[in-house]
Design a protein around this ligand. Structure first.
Ligand code: FES
Length: 173
């Protein structure tokens, strides 16, 4: 049987300088890009990004040569995988050790008090989704948060709270 290559125009390219994608690649390499690496790879994406979006699923399908339907099936079957956040804005808070001890534990509590959100929840008005990641690969910037895909770090808990409030109140974001 010959494997049909994904047409060049449809290939998914990810940012190779992003440490999170490096972790994903290392995981796939460790298993020689075998389809058996699927679940472990999805776990690494979940832990590094806080969720698994369509682009990530297509990338994994392409690199491990697993049908996209199977990747979707696995990613949606297991409860510990989170799909793309539903909210207009998304906050991914890193709760890896380096970030947690530098104040992100307080932000988790504050998100509950301020917005009524636990990790993996979205406000009823769909304005904000809140997720956590285990380590986003930027420990040198701890404590790290990612607001709508923008990585921010080296802030005190109060500065982070202020940043989140400002971000949400600025509709041009
Ligand atoms: S623990 Fe937060 S970036 Fe590594």
């Amino acid at each position: 049987m010959t494997l049909t290559a994904v047409p060049e125009t449809k290939r998914i390219e990810v940012d190779q300088t992003d440490k999170r994608w490096k972790l994903v690649r290392i995981t796939m390499q460790k298993h020689n890009y075998s389809p058996r690496a699927l679940i472990e790879t999805l776990h690494v994406i979940q832990d590094s990004f806080g969720f698994i979006d369509n682009e990530a699923m297509q990338y994994v399908s392409q690199e491990l040569r697993v049908p996209l339907s199977k990747v979707y099936g696995v990613a949606t079957f297991y409860n510990n995988f989170t799909s793309k956040p539903a909210g207009e804005h998304s906050l991914v808070l890193c709760t890896g050790t380096a970030c947690y001890v530098k104040g992100n534990d307080q932000i988790v509590e504050w998100m509950k008090e301020r917005f009524g959100l636990n990790p993996n929840e979205t406000t009823p008005d769909n304005r904000l989704s809140f997720m956590t990641a285990r380590c986003v690969g930027a420990c040198g910037m701890a404590p790290v948060m990612i607001l709508d895909g923008h990585i921010m770090g080296k802030m005190s808990p109060d500065e982070m709270k202020q940043r989140i409030e400002e971000w949400l109140s600025n509709d041009s974001n």
